[in-house]
Write a protein that binds this ligand. Structure first.
Ligand SMILES: Cc1ncc(COP(=O)(O)O)c(C=O)c1O
Length: 389
């Protein structure tokens, strides 16, 4: 196996001042080797040649894979630029990544603080944690309310901006308070992406995310990752991945790495259009509860502007009734009625249809894609007008 395929050697170091676009296109690339591709293709292998002592890096495909190695480096370079001690591990999905942190760090008798307005699978995780004898406390994301229930907790789980309500909490403040009480801090960075916010720099111990969303951005890959600064904690996360086997396929890992090259282009375009859409929506009398952290008068904006560099592609708002929301979604031509977010094709859904979020019946979670902003805004305004009758 030659070294460019194993990813054993890093590509040339980038200048410290390199911008996000430069970092994204070069992230995780190996040292150039004559006649080898820039980004080596996926390595499909359940096992690797292994005569003699079974030492790594590549032994068995559930433990390690060269395509993961390159992707893990790429994500690490974006989540924690210049911090070589930060380790990143990729997973089969965001939920696999989330579970790996919670279930590897917590033991029966421990207490954990979760948000009560986070991703709708968190209540399922809560039930499982409680079944294992772990005390679960919850509080809202907004107003840093998780501070109130921190005493004695082993781990604080933050999701900011929260999905789907788009509340934001002060990661630095919460991390300091948690550390003062001896608790670890994990931040779900799915909505922001590492180009929107870097939780490890804000003081978190783990940045965790679903790569299914904007990180990969094409709606064709499920993926998750954990980046962490503490070697011992990350060894436990790695062990969890091995015993649960929640690993990404090499093809998914490669597609993800390929997609990261355009992350800055996509995030910049989608954030700018999301702001334009939010500005258009705030003029509409049938729209209430409009939320976008990038809007200067949004309740999240002040803290978001202190810790985020881009505000994401999701806009939330409420239409007067469930029927109106359904008519609006039906009338959209450039926007797919689908769940998930972060893709290059805009999607929207009536979030209440799942039953898991505390949202009004007419609540819409809108994920802004890479369409021309004027086309998208025009489509939304037309659908709002048509759905009025
Ligand atoms: C904030 C957040 N975290 C985690 C997840 C779970 O990710 P996955 O679907 O890749 O398991 C999601 C999925 O929507 C999410 O929105």
């Amino acid at each position: 196996m030659n070294h460019s395929t194993t990813g054993a050697s890093h590509g040339p170091a980038l200048p410290e001042e390199a911008g996000d676009g430069t970092r994204a296109v070069r992230a995780g690339l190996p040292e150039p080797v004559k006649h080898e591709p820039t980004l080596p293709g996926p390595v499909f292998a359940a096992h690797f040649h292994l005569p003699g002592d079974p030492t790594g890096p590549y032994t068995y495909g559930r433990d390690e894979n060269p395509t993961w190695t390159l992707l893990e480096r790429a994500i690490g370079e974006l989540e924690a630029p210049g911090q070589d001690s930060v380790e990143t591990l990729v997973f089969a999905s965001g939920m696999a990544a989330i579970s790996s942190v919670l279930f590897s760090q917590l033991r029966a008798g421990d207490a954990v603080v979760l948000p009560n307005d986070g991703y709708q699978a968190l209540p399922l995780v809560r039930a499982q944690l409680e079944a294992y004898g772990i005390e679960v406390r919850t509080a809202p994301t907004g107003g840093d309310a998780q501070l109130e229930v921190l005493d004695g907790a082993k781990l604080l789980w933050i999701e900011t901006p929260s999905n789907p309500g788009l509340d934001v909490c002060d990661v630095r403040r919460l991390a300091e308070a948690a550390h003062a009480r001896g608790a670890l801090v994990a931040v779900d960075n799915t909505l922001a992406t590492p180009l929107g916010q870097r939780p490890l720099e804000l003081g978190a111990d783990f940045a965790v995310a679903s790569g299914t969303k904007q990180l990969t951005g094409h709606g064709d890959v499920l993926l998750g990752y954990v980046s962490g600064r503490d070697a011992e904690a990350m060894a436990a996360v790695r062990r969890w991945r091995k015993i649960v086997g929640a690993i990404p396929g090499p093809m998914e890992a490669w597609l993800a790495h390929r997609s990261i090259a355009t992350l800055q282009l996509r995030v910049d375009r989608q954030s700018a259009t999301a702001l334009a859409l939010a500005q258009a929506l705030r003029e509409r009398s049938e729209v209430t509860g409009l939320r976008y952290p990038g809007l200067p008068d949004d309740p999240s904006h002040k803290i978001a502007s202190q810790q985020m560099r881009r505000y994401g592609c999701v806009v939330s708002f409420t239409l007067p009734t469930r029927a109106r929301a359904d008519r609006f979604l039906d009338a959209l031509r450039l926007v797919d009625d689908a769940t998930s977010f972060g893709g290059v094709r805009s999607t929207a859904e009536r979030r209440g249809r799942w039953g898991g979020d505390a949202v009004p019946e007419g609540f819409i979670r809108f994920s802004v894609g890479a369409e021309d902003p004027e086309d998208l805004v025009a489509d939304v305004l037309r659908a709002l007008a048509e759905s009025a009758v």
